[in-house]
Design a protein around this ligand. Structure first.
Ligand code: AKB
Length: 331
């Protein structure tokens, strides 16, 4: 019995000490590849598996393991979790706010049915699961300046509705089954990798157009204030949040942010480095979405509970993204 006990303890010790094996869904979107890079640096190259339904480039394959995984195919997901002995899931697959309004039924399938599959998978295999939520999970009835962690959420986009649903499903699975569900509500994320189909995308596109054409035609009004974050801060918040011991978390869903600015303010900062930049404004349907969203996001609970702290303010962000985008454009 002594031997048995010891080997049991050893096994337990081993399983708690080794690096988690992590599956990232929607891996070829705005956040996936950079997230995999950071996680691989921390947990080991082969412990982080990127997945998507898109054919990957050579660069993606050279960087580490990559899988075809369709979030609507539950059996396929079970197979991926079992054969790669996955411990954590980072579930990025989703249609964003603007594109969701163009294709509501697909958004329901991907954002809602896909989430059902992932949270059920997490329950069955006792996985830690991260699902991003968004400032888009708030709506016209929510306080906008500031928007606290816990307040009214009546979003008016299918994206927002699906994210409130994801937050509630995750909290429910945690409460009912003990699933280790974790969720951060992100603001607009600014990176050199282009996002696709969001309302905050202007804040990436403006860097490319400023450098390529010296002009940007903005689809939001000049004074539309939205919360934003540099991708490095965004992914660091995710990494830090995933590593917090469960007992330290006071809630499952936290607001995180770094700053708030308007298109006019961003253009002014960029023009300090790109003096020829001019900007015109032609608001489209995305204006109505932005008008319902938070202007200033209150992330004080994340700061208090697990030490969240951003590093990039607007000045630093502009310098860094301009440098990255210049590199991509070979300028
Ligand atoms: C979008 O604009 O849809 C996203 C978001 C803020 O969630 N970038």
């Amino acid at each position: 019995p002594l031997l048995l006990n010891n080997s049991h303890l050893l096994l337990r010790h081993y399983s708690l000490q080794r690096s988690p094996r992590i599956l990232i869904t929607g891996g070829l979107g705005q956040l996936g590849t950079q997230c995999a890079k950071l996680l691989r640096a921390k947990y080991g190259r082969d412990n982080v598996i990127l997945s998507d339904i898109v054919k990957p480039s050579d660069e993606i394959i050279d960087a580490g393991p990559y899988l075809f995984a369709d979030i609507l195919d539950f059996k396929g997901l079970q197979k991926a979790v079992v054969s790669h002995r996955i411990d954590w899931i980072i579930h990025f697959s989703a249609l964003l706010s603007a594109i969701g309004e163009q294709n509501v039924s697909l958004a329901i399938r991907v954002n809602i049915e896909g989430m059902h599959n992932m949270v059920e998978l997490a329950k069955q295999y006792k996985l830690r699961i991260f699902v991003p939520s968004t400032i888009g999970a708030f709506g016209p009835d929510s306080p906008r300046n500031p928007t606290p962690n816990l307040t009214i959420q009546r979003p008016r986009t299918i994206y927002g509705v699906s994210k409130v649903h994801a937050e509630l499903m995750g909290e429910y699975y945690h409460h009912k089954f003990g699933t280790d569900f974790r969720c951060l509500r992100f603001p607009g994320v600014i990176s050199a990798d282009p996002p696709g189909g969001g309302t905050t995308d202007y804040a990436v596109a403006i860097f490319y157009d400023a450098l390529k054409k010296g002009h940007y035609n903005c689809y939001l009004k000049p004074d539309t204030m939205l919360p934003m974050i540099h991708i490095k801060d965004c992914l660091r918040s995710l990494m830090e949040f995933m590593a917090v011991p469960e007992e330290k978390l006071k809630r499952r869903v936290y607001n995180v942010t770094a700053m708030s600015f308007t298109p006019e303010e961003l253009a002014e900062k960029i023009s300090k480095h790109v003096p020829q930049l001019s900007i015109s404004y032609n608001p489209d349907s995305r204006q109505a979405i932005a008008d319902d969203w938070p202007q200033v996001f209150d992330d004080s609970e994340a700061r208090a509970d697990w030490g969240w702290k951003h590093e990039y303010d607007l000045d630093r962000l502009v310098v860094d993204i301009l440098k990255e985008v210049r590199g991509r454009l070979n300028m």
